[in-house]
Design a protein around this ligand. Structure first.
Ligand code: PAF
Length: 292
């Protein structure tokens, strides 16, 4: 595996495989790689000949006061993990390579997809910063396939919409959330938690399970299912920031479960902000959505 730091080096490295008609996959990451990332890389390798992983802690997607400075950075370990997992190229640019002097462009997916859930909690600029850097990475690598994780379900939906709206010639693949043995969704931010906080963090998974049980038992009222999940979190000592049932594609709030619904939640455990979600499926293929 080669690590490259500039756009021109990366493009040059991709010239030969492209001329040989090899397919290219991109896995965008902010590093601090864990088994969730490994699953994305492995999936990418099953689909394409060449796997590029980007490792860039994108400063613009952190709101003031968020954890940009504390965000774990372990490039040598990340490089080892990527190499072991069959990655061909690690793109680890400096901030000035991604945002040169005078950088002035933002790509925004406006409206209902971005002004709910994380868009409320982290501010509308968060997703604009994500779509801007992701489009840059797609333009730099020009992959056939880009792979994202379902843990950031709203991010995946926003990226899909950008790709559709701007006719970006890439297929977006979304891989299931990878969890620790006890059910905690893997996240680079889990490293911030103490042992006791980590225990309490299981409240998120327990809340998803409580909602899944309600739905399996026949409950179709979205408000009731969300209340159940919220109640489970509070019972385990974690105050939710949001617990919402939304249409997985549009992020529109649902009043009734009828088809596919995304139950998304966020909470702070100590100083660590965690998100998680589950897809709830009921018999019908149509969802009843209430415009926000
Ligand atoms: O999910 C992430 O790690 C980031 O939001 C991404 C997609 C790499 C963009 O910075």
């Amino acid at each position: 595996m080669r690590t490259v730091r500039t756009v021109s080096e990366l493009r040059a490295a991709l010239n030969a495989p492209r001329r040989a008609q090899q397919t290219i996959a991109l896995v965008p990451t902010m590093g601090a790689l864990h088994d969730g990332h490994r699953a994305l890389m492995r999936h990418a390798a099953t689909l394409c000949d060449v796997v590029v992983v980007s490792l860039f802690v994108n400063p613009t997607q952190f709101a003031p006061g968020e954890d940009l400075d504390a965000y774990p950075r372990h490039e040598p370990r990340d490089a080892e993990i990527a190499a072991e997992t069959g990655v061909d190229l690690l793109f680890a640019p400096a901030t000035a390579e991604v945002y040169p002097d005078g950088f002035a462009t933002t790509v925004t997916v406006a409206g209902e997809l971005t002004d709910v859930l994380e868009g409320v909690s982290r501010g509308a600029e968060h997703f604009a910063a994500v779509t801007t850097v992701v489009l840059k990475l797609l333009n730099i690598v020009d992959p056939e396939i880009a792979v994202f994780g379902q843990k950031d379900a709203q991010q995946a939906a926003v990226v899909r919409r950008m790709v559709r709206d701007l006719d970006v010639a890439v297929r977006v693949e979304v891989c299931p959330t990878v969890r620790d043995g006890d059910g905690l969704a893997l996240s680079s931010r889990n490293a911030y938690m103490s042992e006791s906080e980590r225990e309490r963090a299981l409240a998120l998974k327990r809340a998803l399970e409580a909602a899944e049980r309600e739905v399996a038992g026949g409950e179709r009222d979205a408000g009731h299912v969300a209340a159940c999940a919220r109640g489970e979190m509070s019972r385990l000592g974690v105050e939710p920031e949001y617990v919402e049932l939304v249409d997985p594609q549009t992020m529109r709030p649902l009043s009734t479960l009828n088809g596919e619904a995304l139950l998304a939640l966020a909470a702070r455990v100590g100083r660590t902000r965690l998100i998680d979600n589950t897809l709830l499926r009921t018999a019908s293929s149509k969802t009843d959505s209430t415009p926000s």
